[in-house]
Design a protein around this ligand. Structure first.
Ligand code: ADP
Ligand code: MG
Length: 168
């Protein structure tokens, strides 16, 4: 289902999906990876602990060609990845703001520069850095059901986000 938002000037687009199992999550991740817009985008991932944010990121990174172990950035806040894909080199930054509580770290750690660089930025717990994060191109909100299925709400905030929303 696709809805078009009607706020002033805000061409937000929303799409609802259900991922019945982790394989469905992986399939959508592969579709996102195949979308050219993924090469310069900020995707914010919302959802409770265990909702599947890191799982989605791992499938996306694998689909983009990241090999080896994929660490969760919870303690480091950001894990950088570099891939050399068919369309050339791609920088990816995987953020987890769960323990982010000092906005000075935003400047000190150079996050402003990372977000201004071309590449893919993925952020778990974006709400914990709401005062400093730039607006996302695409927000993916995950909701776990007891049967392992995930209810997924995609909201696009830019043309890149719209391309990703349509690809997922
Ligand atoms: P978060 O990063 O949101 O806290 P994780 O991705 O670390 O969550 O954990 C989600 C857990 O749920 C993983 O153990 C994953 O294997 C499991 N899981 C079960 N079904 C799904 C699904 N449909 N999509 C994503 N993860 C799923
Ligand atoms: Mg996580």
């Amino acid at each position: 289902m696709v809805e078009t938002g009607s706020g002033p000037g805000a061409a937000t687009l929303r799409r609802h999906l259900v991922w019945p199992d982790e394989a469905a999550t992986a399939t959508s991740a592969a579709r996102l990876a195949a979308c050219p817009a993924v090469r310069n985008a900020f995707i914010a991932l919302q959802g409770d602990l265990g909702a599947g944010k890191t799982t989605l990121v791992r499938h996306l990174l694998r689909a983009l060609g990241v090999s080896g172990s994929i660490k969760s950035p919870t303690y480091a806040v950001v894990e950088p990845h570099e891939v050399n894909g068919p369309q050339g080199p791609l920088s990816i930054w995987h953020f987890d703001f769960y323990r982010f509580d000092d906005p000075r770290e935003w400047e000190d750690a150079g996050f402003r520069d990372l977000f201004a660089s071309p590449g893919l930025k993925l952020a778990e717990w974006p709400d914990k850095a709401a005062g400093v994060l730039p607006p996302a191109d695409l927000t993916i909100a995950l909701d776990a059901d007891p049967d392992d299925s995930r209810r997924v709400t995609l909201t696009a905030h830019s043309p890149a986000g719209t391309a990703l929303l349509e690809a997922a």
